[in-house]
Design a protein around this ligand. Structure first.
Ligand code: NAP
Length: 321
């Protein structure tokens, strides 16, 4: 019997794909085009599996061209690039990779929190550019994490890993979410507050919700104006949770003190974007889970999900009912 055909939207390191290569016929898309490339269209009708990245929209139009598709396996925990309802209607299982990336993303959240609070990059730029001069007691002053209030929106797996770190840093923890988290309240003294209080009371606001119709654009002008002028925003979730134009104004006009963004809207953020020119804004190119260990684990889970879906078995992690 012929091996099932699987479309991999973009190339990935050979070693990550070993278990897949034995079991399926692989067709691989180009490295530099977001989305499932139209050049792969001749294979769509036969494809039973699709391995996607978060830059690849999977919508009704694409699914309609893949009548034999059994499984979409996304190399990410977030599945906002996939029309879950359309997949469910067509009996297509959607896999994702929660858990394995939690600690790496929480580490990166703290890297950004510390870097933006202490102005690490502007200070390092000054040193490199010969602007060090004599040591002064009042130069390069930043904000302290210890004793500050961290607001977490979305106390899920990543949010909780951030809370655990924040507790060790001596921060007060507030969170907003749809469900109370009594264990987090006991372990780290986290307090659940309404959205408005989270905005008003946080010295650092860290976003860890998925991108959904409910969360999209929630951090807009009204939310940013409610924050303290001394507060910092960290976006580790998805770019469109924050309204970019409102954030530019907030940073330019001092509604908040600074922002650190691992995700932006759009992505990639074009080099001429005003956010890059703001000294109080730190931007990294969506690298939350980018460690050797974590990316390899994500690939393992994505491959396991794909193979299970092809066999009609339960996925390790399934994102749709
Ligand atoms: P998770 O465990 O599912 O946590 C998400 C949390 O957000 C939950 O506590 C969830 O439920 C809460 N939430 C608040 N409003 C929500 C809404 N309208 N719909 C659904 N959930 C809502 O997921 P995770 O593993 O922590 O990942 C969170 C997000 O981080 C991902 O979806 C992804 O977008 C992002 N992420 C980014 C990177 C990066 O590289 N920057 C890497 C990995 C993940 P409750 O409200 O009930 O608590």
């Amino acid at each position: 019997m012929a091996k099932p055909l699987v479309i991999l939207s973009h190339p990935m390191p050979e070693a990550w794909l070993a278990p897949l290569k034995e079991a399926v016929r692989l067709v691989v898309g180009p490295p530099d085009v977001a989305g499932v490339d139209v050049g792969l269209q001749p294979y769509f009708a036969e494809a039973e599996g699709l391995l996607t990245w978060l830059i690849d929209p999977v919508d009704e139009a694409l699914l309609a061209q893949m009548p034999r598709l059994k499984v979409v396996s996304n190399l990410a925990v977030g599945v906002d690039n996939i029309d879950l309802e359309a997949c469910t209607r067509r009996g297509v299982a959607v896999g994702h990779t929660p858990g394995v990336l939690t600690e790496a993303v929480a580490d990166m959240t703290f890297a950004l929190l510390l870097a933006v609070a202490r102005g690490v990059f502007p200070a390092a730029d000054d040193a490199r550019a010969g602007r060090w001069g004599l040591w002064r007691p009042d130069a390069w002053l930043g904000a302290e994490l210890h004793g500050a209030t961290l607001g977490i929106w979305g106390l899920g797996q990543i949010g909780q890993a951030v809370a655990r770190r924040a507790h060790a840093f001596g921060m007060r923890i507030l969170y907003t979410g749809r469900t109370p988290k009594p264990e987090a309240e006991r372990a780290w003294g986290a307090a659940r507050v309404p959205w408005e209080a989270l905005l008003a009371e946080s010295d650092f606001l860290s976003l860890h919700v998925p991108l959904t119709p409910q969360t999209r654009g929630m951090v807009g002008e009204a939310a940013l104006r409610r924050m303290k002028p001394t507060a910092y925003l960290v976006n580790m979730a998805r770019g469109p949770v924050v309204q970019t134009e409102a954030l530019v104004r907030a940073l330019q006009e001092g509604w908040i003190a600074g922002a650190a963004l691992d995700v932006t809207d759009p992505e990639p953020l074009p080099p001429e974007h005003p956010l890059y020119r703001l000294p109080n804004c730190l931007i990294t190119p969506h690298i939350g889970s980018a460690t050797h260990t974590t990316r390899r684990r994500m690939a393992e889970v994505a491959v396991a999900n794909l193979l299970a879906g092809l066999r009609g078995e339960a996925l390790l992690y399934r994102a749709n009912p």
